[in-house]
Design a binder for this molecule. Structure first.
Ligand SMILES: NC(=O)CC[C@H](N)C(=O)O
Length: 362
């Protein structure tokens, strides 16, 4: 790092912080968001929900365990959450360019360079996070040589950019699940394949009404859920039927919108591996993995719907359910890559709902 070049992080409120370049020496603009997760940068950086975002990590030492090599299973990655880095840029305090870990294949800096993603180190990311918590998530840019204009990624249809254009099939289990891929994390696919599922992964705007499926799944994904008009339209048709539907993160927001409710942008979002949520109607809480900047406005849900989980930090909606039909969602990530895996039972609940539907509809 001693010989690295100087770069700047500039926020829309005028905050300007100097640091050292690592990864690509290039400029980029995006929405600046923070994560307080202590580990898991290989998983986070490849999560498509981060598209368009400059990610600030509060954990002070980053890069020390390097980046694992690729390993495939059923043509999907065993390790990463998609097939590329999706963040726009990375902001860290101390970047460790020497790494040591049993499965490391390269350094974080070299991995970022492969995808032309700039990193800036030497930033007091906890001080920066205080600014973002105070003023809310902001637009910003990492500036190397060339200046770039600020850009709001939430104005773009990011889902259309990350959703694969073709239909893909995985597994040969008993339960036929359609996965609407708005930018799915691969651990969602892994969780299904462990549960006797035949998975049909379709693009975000695909009309799956002709497929004879047993259950419908709506994935996570980047940006403002209101951009997904085509997904919402197809979902509204599916909500007329009785086949089980499960949504995660963006999928939860899309379910809320298709049901007739509204979503709003949170001040600074939830991004970490230790977000507490409470299951409605109980005193039971779970520690969850989260990465979202929008939420369903529970007050706008029609009478047949209710909140399923509540965030214990700020009271916002962490999932919804239909009162009589098998439709439910989590705003958090029960597939949890990286951890904690305490809520993976949501996949079992969904498969149980699918079994019940199949038993009663025949
Ligand atoms: N992980 C996700 O699916 C994120 C959903 C949405 N893009 C948000 O920021 O709230």
């Amino acid at each position: 790092m001693e010989n690295s070049k100087t770069v700047k992080l500039i926020l829309e409120d005028g905050t300007e912080i100097q640091g050292q370049s690592f990864g690509a020496f290039s400029s980029v603009a995006g929405e600046v968001v923070f994560s307080t997760a202590m580990t898991g940068y290989p998983e986070n950086l490849t999560d498509p929900s981060f598209a368009g975002q400059i990610l600030v990590l509060t954990y002070p030492i980053v890069g020390n365990y390097g980046v694992p090599g690729e390993d495939l299973y059923e043509s999907i990655s065993k390790i990463f959450e998609s097939d590329k880095i999706h963040i726009a840029g990375l902001v860290v305090n101390y970047y460790s360019d020497e790494h040591s870990h049993w499965n490391a294949a390269k350094s974080l800096g070299d991995w970022l360079k492969e995808y032309n993603i700039p990193g800036i180190a030497g930033v007091d990311t906890r001080m920066l996070t205080k600014i973002l918590r105070e003023k809310g998530a902001m637009l910003g840019k990492i500036v190397a040589e060339e200046d770039v204009p600020l850009h709001d990624p939430n104005q773009d249809n990011l889902v259309a950019q990350v959703s694969p254009p073709e239909v893909k099939h995985y597994g040969s289990g008993q339960h036929k699940i359609v996965l609407v891929d708005c930018g799915t994390k691969t651990n969602i696919i892994r969780c299904f394949l462990e549960r006797d599922v035949e998975l049909i992964r379709v693009p975000w705007d695909y009309d799956y009404s002709q497929i004879d499926y047993d259950g419908l799944f709506l994935s996570n994904g980047p940006g403002d859920p209101k951009m997904c008009d085509a997904t919402i339209k197809h979902l509204q048709n599916a909500l007329q039927q009785d086949k089980p539907i499960f949504g995660i993160c963006l999928g939860s927001q899309l379910m809320g919108l298709a049901a007739g409710g509204d979503t709003f942008k949170l001040k600074y979002g939830h991004r970490s591996h230790n977000q507490p949520v409470r299951l409605s109607g109980t005193q039971r809480s779970y520690i969850t993995s989260q990465n979202h900047g929008f939420a369903v406005d529970t007050a706008t849900l029609p009478a047949e719907w209710e909140m399923l989980f509540e965030n214990l930090n700020d009271g916002t909606c962490e999932g919804i359910k239909h009162k009589t039909k098998p439709f439910f969602s989590t705003q958090f990530h029960p597939e949890a890559a990286g951890g904690p895996q305490d809520t993976e039972f949501m996949f079992d609940d969904f498969i149980e709902a699918v079994k019940k539907y199949k038993a009663t509809s025949n």
